[in-house]
Design a protein around this ligand. Structure first.
Ligand SMILES: *[C@@H]1O[C@H](CO)[C@@H](O)[C@H](O)[C@H]1NC(C)=O
Ligand SMILES: *[C@@H]1O[C@H](CO)[C@@H](O)[C@H](O)[C@H]1NC(C)=O
Length: 327
């Protein structure tokens, strides 16, 4: 995006912001939180324009990630501040239509049955024109969503199925569900992510890229250490499984970029650090990384990388954050 366009965009956004503030005063609904949210929205838009073009190249030409930007999106989820767990991201459906999606968890931050979609970044930021897809009718349906490990990839919602160590794939077009068992995978808070306290229902975590679907979990056979399986999306079957020496309960979250598993650890409420990498191509492990990530709350419910925009998507204590990855 050209620089003058950024300025124009910012000026227009600023004018709109001023109008909105005036409206809020008039309607007597002005409060600090709304104000902060508006400021964030404005800042996010400008940041997005600044960062989107400069690093637009194939993300896997250099395999290792070297740095992560400050958040380029910071937004409170549109449901309620009590939705502290869930997942969010960006997808291009089977017909290449763009969506931003949010999957909130209810019932003790454990279960979900809807995914909210927006068809543009503007709608997502303004929380307008959403479409809620109800996958099943109840939280305890066999095909309901358990835990914040969900990801939407090419119009299919992938998630842990209710109360079992199994994956569900819900096709938004056909509304059909496929299931895949993960033998030995810890579930129901056996091997969640922990920092100084554990984040419940984070046993099974998903990410998708052009290689397929990556699923991260831990098994007793691997002594509670993290295991990564690559799932072929067509046959919906595990094609390969890697065992790491990363104790799953000792990390805040994990994500995969270009076939490399990264893990983060808790520094404080506002800072996370990527400290570990495991390369599925070579089997090499490295626990000497130190890539900082800013955040807004302690708990990281979900973190995944999207190769189409080279961004990391984090669901962080009710906030939705995105970061640009650098290689
Ligand atoms: C990494 O990114 C952070 C956040 O944008 C920045 O402050 C820092 O200078 C970067 N570090 C390097 C080595 O580029
Ligand atoms: C899935 O993988 C398992 C184990 O590798 C194999 O036994 C099974 O036949 C595969 N199923 C399909 C549908 O490809």
């Amino acid at each position: 995006m050209m620089f003058p366009l950024v300025l124009l965009f910012a000026a227009a956004a600023l004018q709109k912001f001023q109008n909105d503030v005036e409206k809020m005063y008039n309607k007597n609904v002005f409060n600090l939180e709304t104000m902060r949210e508006k400021l964030r929205t404005l800042n996010n838009r400008v940041q997005t324009c600044r960062t989107i073009s400069q690093n637009f190249r194939s993300s896997c030409s250099r395999r290792m990630m070297t740095n992560i930007s400050a958040p380029v999106v910071t937004k409170l989820n549109p449901f309620s501040t009590s939705y502290i767990s869930g997942a969010w991201g960006h997808d291009r459906g089977p017909d290449d239509e763009e969506t931003y999606w949010i999957q909130p968890l209810a019932n003790g931050n454990r279960l979900g049955n809807i995914v909210r979609f927006y068809h543009s970044f503007e709608d997502f930021m303004a929380a307008r024109n959403h479409k809620d897809e109800t996958l099943v009718n109840s939280y305890t349906d066999a095909n309901a969503i358990q835990g914040p490990g969900t990801v939407v990839h090419k119009g299919i919602v992938y998630y842990q199925c209710y109360n079992l160590p199994e994956l569900c794939a819900f096709d938004l077009k056909t509304r059909k569900v496929r299931r895949l068992a993960l033998p030995g995978a810890g579930f129901n808070n056996k091997f969640p992510y922990c920092y100084y306290s554990c984040l419940d229902w984070t046993d099974i975590n998903l990410a998708a890229d052009d290689k397929g679907l990556w699923v991260t979990y831990a098994t007793e056979a691997n002594h509670g250490n993290t295991v990564v399986s690559l799932v072929d999306i067509e046959s919906f079957n595990v094609t390969h499984t890697w065992k790491t020496r990363l104790f799953k309960r000792s990390v805040t979250n994990t994500f995969l970029v270009c076939g490399v598993l990264y893990a983060t650890r808790y520094i404080n409420t506002y800072k996370e650090e990527v400290f570990y990498a495991f390369d599925t191509l070579t089997g090499m492990e490295d626990n000497t990384l130190s890539i900082p990530m800013e955040k807004v709350a302690a708990g990281v419910a979900h973190l995944h990388y999207n190769p189409t925009d080279m961004r990391l998507y984090m669901y962080n204590g009710g906030y939705m954050l995105a970061y640009q990855a650098y290689f």
